[in-house]
Design a protein. Sequence first.
Length: 225
Amino acid sequence: MRLLLIEDSSRLRATLERGLRKAGYAVDAAKDGREGLWLATENAYDVIVLDLMLPEIDGLTVLRRLRDAGRTAHVLILSAKDMVEDRVQGLRLGADDYLVKPFSFDELCARLEALVRRSYQAKNPVIRIGDLEVNTAARRAWSAGRGIKLTPREYGVLEMLVLRAGEVVSRRDLWEHLYELDSEAASNVVDVLVCSLRKKLRPESSQNLIKTRRGEGYVIDQVGP
């Protein structure tokens, strides 16, 4: 899924970008509140990770302006401000979660996973559709009990389609949730990923779990093929 990281510490920002991308997220990053607010206003993100003590525009002002503008992306505040009143203020202004620095990277990832599931009303990290099983916490998938080896991008496509099962997901939506703003990935990359996924999901069958809706995008039916 696609994240926006707004953090002024160049060292922490670089570390988090590297770690989150390795974990399978597409990450855009901003070094101050003004840049972060612009990116969050102009693009769709699953989660925004927001520091509070930012130059240009502070984090709480960024959060307030986003909510006033009707932006509904989940916001996880990541801050060294650890007083109860700081956490209460952030949550009351519209943040969805609050994590205090220093923090465990594994805990950050677990909180991000929970927020992504919340976006799609998926309480259970394990999603089953027909003989397909996807564990969004482990980022692994099985078909008829057989483990499937997926690349991070292939998994990203599959995760989004199962989280939105029964709904047609456009190629543009898939691309925007898989790649960073400055990505040079070709326009047909989503079609290539879907083709590869189909081969890995049901290599022995001509039936496709992922259906194409011409001119619209792709869909996984809730009841499976």
